[in-house]
Design a protein around this ligand. Structure first.
Ligand code: NOJ
Length: 519
């Protein structure tokens, strides 16, 4: 007898960045009808859920993460009716729909902030974090904005500073005010009632910065390449104890709606990430694990991390892995196109729910974005540094026609240089074919989705591990190096990352080859 795990344990999440997915209205920017039109691509991949980055009304100072109405739809993207139709279509295709919930800050254009900044006596003044200048003048603490410069902006009309952990157009909400917490939970409930299957919760580590506004300590190892915000540790702004009761309240609400999924975004070390599971598993079901984004690609590092991660996850907790998103350099640019194929095998065979970033299934790379097209406040605030996220947000190349099938207008960012979905669909050696095959195998083999994880081997080039379920053992052997390597364990090869590989002759690992074997 086997128990049935919740869908999100055996499932795969696919991240859609709506501006870059499909334009259906000739704005040069993607929209909800565009996503509907391309849902079959997502369903054909074999994934289980889409997480859609913010689609709410927004001045777009931070790509939609600056929200001026939490329960509406940005007109550029469509209407609530379009959204309902999208949910219906997705569910019809067997896809769950996760939205992005952005609790830590609104847009400065949100009516709450307009009211808050109107006067010190405003009924909503305390919905945001306002403070007097420091005794000698200047900001009340040394905290830095993630996008550069101080995290405090002076409001001359009311002679106080307000806090913004990100752009100055993103004032931080004050979750210590119970009215704010209640209003934000109502937002979640509204979307649950509309049929949403869960949320990815944005920047949750910043929900309750230190009450005493203590200065963050300097980071002695900082270099300019780390970006200006990393000059300080985030000791008093991230992961504060007061964050976690709010996470627990979100989880209670998700459970009260029949067990919706919460995926939490909190960048931190492994001990910090573990906090988001919650003491009694009353945290997020899936606190994002960003190791494959943040760390180097040495097999030893990955193996050591996987061991430690497996050991730290609380009983009943479930792992997850992320290899790319709209904020970080594309995997194919970080490690090169050959190793990116091996990396897809890794992502889709480790124990835990994978999140697949749109376009990584095509091997998309970071593309140069000319200064005049920059959209990202991080890039705009740090000219000449190469910092910025626009190069990873390039529109999906659907075909080789004008606008690459993405738009009939001028695209809001440059177009991609990689082969299109259409071209790759007809090419058995393409990255798309590989990702489809990996997902199909993962679905066919419960050992890959549900099986236990045992590390087998790690050296400078090769990483190998086993996945076991009900007597079936699959072995994953990955050569991240550029020389042939012996197989670290015996088995019958089922799938290789190398196009055209004769599996019957696969008795070793080619350079940059990943193999899945049945033991
Ligand atoms: C994390 C999001 O992924 C990123 O795109 C955004 O800029 C910040 N949070 C602020 O919301």
């Amino acid at each position: 007898m086997t128990d049935t795990p919740p869908w999100w344990q055996t499932g795969i999440i696919y991240q859609i960045y709506p501006r870059s997915f499909q334009d259906s209205t000739g704005t040069g920017m993607g929209d909800l009808q565009g996503i509907r039109r391309r849902l079959s691509h997502v369903a054909d991949l074999g994934v289980d859920a889409v997480w859609i980055s913010p689609i709410y009304p927004s001045p777009m100072k931070d790509g939609g993460y600056d929200i001026s109405d939490y329960t509406g739809i940005e007109p550029l993207f469509g209407t609530l009716a379009d959204f309902d139709a999208l949910v219906t279509d997705a569910h019809g295709l067997g896809l769950k729909v996760l939205l992005d919930f952005v609790p830590a800050h609104t847009s400065e254009a949100h009516p709450w902030f307009t009211e808050s900044r109107a006067s010190r006596g405003s009924a909503r003044r305390d919905w945001y974090i306002w403070r007097d200048a420091a005794p000698g003048g200047g900001p009340p603490s040394n905290w830095l904005s993630e996008f550069g410069g101080p995290a405090w902006t002076w409001d001359p009309a009311t002679s106080q500073y307000y806090l913004h952990i990100y752009a100055r157009e993103q004032p931080a909400l004050n979750w210590r005010n119970p009215a704010v917490a209640a209003a934000m939970l109502d937002v979640m409930a509204t979307w649950y009632d509309r049929g949403v299957d869960g949320f990815r919760v944005d920047a949750v580590e910043h929900l309750a910065p230190d009450r005493l506004l203590r200065d963050n300590p300097a980071n002695p190892d900082w270099t300019p390449a780390d970006g200006p915000a990393r000059a300080l540790f985030r000791t008093f702004t991230s992961h504060q104890a007061e964050v976690f009761p709010h996470v627990a309240a979100m989880r209670r609400l998700a459970e009260a709606h029949g067990g919706r999924l919460l995926v939490g975004e909190a960048y931190g070390n492994l001990d910090e990430v573990m906090l988001y599971y919650g003491g009694a598993l009353d945290g997020f079901q899936l606190p994002f694990n960003f190791h494959l984004i943040e760390s180097d690609w040495s097999p030893r590092t990955i193996a050591a991390f996987a061991e430690r991660y497996e050991a730290l996850i609380p009983p009943g907790g479930w792992p997850n892995w992320v290899m790319g998103n709209h904020d970080r350099s594309r995997i194919a640019s970080r490690i090169g196109p050959d190793r990116a194929r091996v990396a897809q095998m890794l992502l889709l065979t480790l124990r835990g729910t994978p999140t697949l970033w749109q376009g990584d299934e095509l091997g998309m790379v970071n593309e140069p974005v000319p200064d005049e097209m920059l959209r990202d406040p991080w890039a705009i605030n740090n000219p000449g540094t190469g910092i910025g996220r626009d190069p990873v947000r390039i529109p999906i190349p659907w075909d080789d026609g004008p606008g690459r099938g993405f738009t009939a207008a001028d695209p809001f960012l440059p177009l991609s240089t990689v082969a299109s979905v259409e071209a790759q669909s007809g090419d058995p050696g393409s990255m798309l074919a590989l990702v489809r095959a990996l997902i199909a195998l993962r679905r066919a083999e419960p050992a890959l989705s549900r099986g236990s994880y045992t590390g087998l081997h790690a050296d400078d080039a090769v990483l190998a591990y086993a996945r076991d379920h009900e007597g079936r053992r699959l072995i994953v052997a990955l050569n991240l190096g550029d020389r042939p390597q012996p197989l670290p364990a015996a088995g019958r090869p089922l799938l290789s990352t190398v196009p055209g590989r004769d599996l019957s002759a696969a008795d070793g690992l080619l350079p940059h080859e990943g193999l899945i074997l049945a033991a």
